[in-house]
Design a protein around this ligand. Structure first.
Ligand code: IPM
Ligand code: MG
Length: 358
């Protein structure tokens, strides 16, 4: 029995509709297992630009800091694409990650049995199943480095910097090794140490941390090779750790081989296990407000919240089992629809999951 305060950030596009379904799921879990979840909604992203003139209002950061966890839908949309870089909705995401020091981003890519047909890989390649945990560094590297523009003899030039300090690498390495220990004890480090100095330091630190984890099998892939191996033989990877930018790219690739980006949750954690939880997909403005989006990635993000921030493993499992049962029943939103299945909308999918939570 416990009380939890959750800051919710519905954001833009399909964000609000998937957050609504997820709140219902958490409330049902609370009722069944005797917890109280108090939700406080705050603004971020395009809607914050429209309503208060900035993508990430200070009060949003304050409310998040005072909460036990943050649940985020999605931010962004065409409407704001014309704004300068520091005024775009995406700044809200980067700002939240930086302000809340959420350096560890966990992005599980799991191929559900019921969705095997949606996997774009040849059946024999995916036959052994796919269950990869991508651990992406989230507050360093090029997305947070110095950038700028200058004049050169070749015309105007623009630059971004990739930089990693030892402690930044060490803490994400520890997150990855600890996760590997709870899973199959296999960690793959992904970098570009054949070219980048920042990657060479990255790898040195990974190797140093590895000394404390003799029970974990560690291997290394260059990012280009990793992008290839993940579709050549996805079953041979378990936990993968990498930089902010490489993790951004690799996690989209991993999500696609599981059939739909609409299915995948994520957790972004600080050193104390405080976290922001969000689907890895975006705001999908093309289908927003039409009852077509898939709420499962956000619902599964709430399950990760229960597991990683609140230590409620049983409750997290209850959500995951309900999702599996709904998929097995043949219900599908448009993004995961296939022949012979039953097409449902966002609200119906939410209701079906809710009904199966025990
Ligand atoms: C993600 C997104 C963000 C990122 C964008 C929207 C800033 O692609 O969460 O993967 O690059 O981190
Ligand atoms: Mg991305």
């Amino acid at each position: 029995m416990a009380d939890f305060k959750i800051a919710t950030i519905p954001g833009d596009g399909i964000g609000p509709e998937i957050i609504v379904e997820t709140i219902k799921v958490l409330e049902k879990i609370g009722g069944l297992y005797g917890h109280t979840f108090a939700f406080e909604e705050v603004l971020a992203g395009g809607i914050a630009i429209d309503e208060v003139g900035v993508p990430l209002p200070d009060v949003t950061i304050e409310v998040c800091k005072k909460s036990d966890a943050v649940l985020l839908g999605a931010v962004g949309g065409w409407k704001w694409d014309v704004l300068p870089g520091d005024m775009r909705p995406e700044r809200a995401l980067l700002g939240l990650r930086g302000e809340l020091e959420l350096y560890a981003n966990l992005r599980p890519a799991v191929l559900h049995d019921a969705l095997k047909g949606a996997c774009p890989l040849r059946p024999d390649i995916a036959a052994g199943g796919i269950d990869i945990m991508i651990v992406r560094e989230l507050t360093g590297g090029m997305y947070f480095g110095d950038r700028g523009r200058k004049q050169t003899p070749l015309g105007e030039a623009a630059w971004d910097t990739e930089m990693y300090a030892v402690e930044e690498v060490r803490r994400i390495a520890i997150t990855a090794f600890e996760l590997a220990r709870k899973r199959k004890k296999h960690l793959t480090n992904v970098d570009k140490a054949n070219v980048l100095e920042s990657s060479r330091l990255w790898r040195e630190v990974i190797l140093d941390v590895a000394k404390n984890y003799p029970d974990i099998e560690l291997d290394h892939l260059y990012i280009d090779n990793a992008a290839m191996q993940i579709i050549r033989d996805p079953g041979s990877y378990d936990v993968m750790v990498t930089t902010n930018m490489f993790g951004d790219i690799l996690s989209d690739e991993a999500s696609q081989i599981t059939g739909s980006i609409g299915m995948l949750p994520s957790a972004s954690l600080n050193k104390d296990g405080f976290g922001m939880y969000e689907p890895i997909h975006g705001s999908a403005p093309d289908i927003a407000g039409q009852d077509k989006s898939n709420p499962i990635a956000t619902i599964l993000s709430a399950a990760m919240m229960l597991q990683y921030s609140f230590d409620l493993d049983k409750e997290a499992k209850a959500i995951e089992s309900a999702v599996t049962a709904v998929l097995e029943s043949g219900a599908r939103t448009g993004d995961i629809m296939s022949d012979g299945m039953r097409l449902v909308g966002t609200r119906e999918m939410g209701r079906l999951v809710l009904d199966r939570i025990k």
